[in-house]
Write a protein that binds this ligand. Sequence first.
Ligand code: ZN
Ligand code: CU
Length: 492
Amino acid sequence: MPVDLAIRDVRILDGTGAPAFEGDVGVEGGRLASVGGRVGSARTEIAGDGLTLAPGFVDTHTHDDGALLAHPDLAFKLAQGCTSLVIGNCGYSAMPASRDTPLFSTLFGRVVSQWDDLAGFRTTVDKARPACNAMSLIGHNTLRLHTMGEDRRPPTDAELATMGDAVERAMEQGACGLSTGLVYVPGRYAETDEIVALARRVGPAGGLYATHMRNEGNHLFEAVEESIRIGAEAGTAVHISHHKAAGPANWGKVADSLALVDAANAAGADVTLDVYPYTAGSGRMIEYFDLDRIDVALAGVIRLASCPAFPDYEGRMLVDIATSEGVAIEELTRRILTAPNGDRTICIHFIIDEADIETNLRHPLMMIGSDGIPDLRGRPHPRLFGTFPRVLGEYVRNRRILPLEEAVRRMTSVSCRRFGLTQRGEIRPGWWADLVLFDPARIVDTATYDDPKQEPIGVEVVIVNGEVAYEHGRHSGVGAGRLLHYQSADGT
Ligand code: ZN
Ligand code: CU
């Protein structure tokens, strides 16, 4: 009997960190039927030509909740070799019911919610037939907005109970944990105890607490300590998102911050992290500025990604715009942010040290998360299109910061275990056939700040749940992805 699919003559990197071995891989019914050796006849043949076959990459930090519906082809992720995406990060999730606010439409696109909870969102996502799998966190900013609006105060007991019940319900419906974004409104109004109380509701299901910490600059260490404390008091594992030390005054601190994590883990905590391989962050510009006291140093390293109020500014540094318009940078910043739809401006800020990225990537508990914002208008941060090939081309092949097997392990099996994607992340008989065929000698990102919407080179074939989703630069249009359930018995 022929199998559904044979991928022949590949070097198999199974995702465990073991060295590659040669052979064929057979796929049947969406799962891996055989690994290594020779596969008999197959209905569909893929010539591996000696390239490397790995488990599909897992983007542990995305804001693709809305993209699952607005851009279900997920071309920008698939072309990188990503087959699964963790959504709901930085405290922003599409559920409970997302709202048509600047916050949600900037991050998620104009997706009007017809759901109240994760189960309802899953039904909507399944209908859209996305190209990649997803796993959802429930976001504290969304929860708090939904329950308390933008109020700057602690929740009442009743409000805390409402939010906690929503967390528990999301966990029952297959979320992997709670996320926070403690620099954003309204997350920043929450004190530590509020987060502990909510993270406790995650614990019984064994989920995790993922955080965009309260501070990533001058108070980085306090923020790491707060995250560790929340995990300890709530009895949950902790995942620190996009670990960095922001601003030149703090460069180099990631080594000490990682030492805090190591010490906590040695003492019994369970803390992991992710990073993106770029020296710039990106987000809604209004979140980073106090209009009464514009941070000129920050404004000086900002470039505009999308700017509905002034589309001509997209792709330009604020300093250059200020010079050409003959205005002070404070004035320009205010003008952009207070214009109609100014709060929908997305900026790119160059705040990270290159050496810190290398330090981060060397750490054995460091996963890869793009943090890409899937707003395809303007010029998005190139991490949306380039993150995974950039790690493999630039940091693995060119700079030799970490070996290929180790990089792939942390993009696959480590992430799947951490975020509860069962029977995925390893090339193992019986497990789901999420696969990427790539050329380790050529793979690299091509997306740049000037020209960010460019698919990488060296990614040849991507398979999701046994279906060919991407082949030699062509997107098949098959939407085989699913919104998965945390730690499900059968990997669905
Ligand atoms: Zn974040
Ligand atoms: Cu994020």
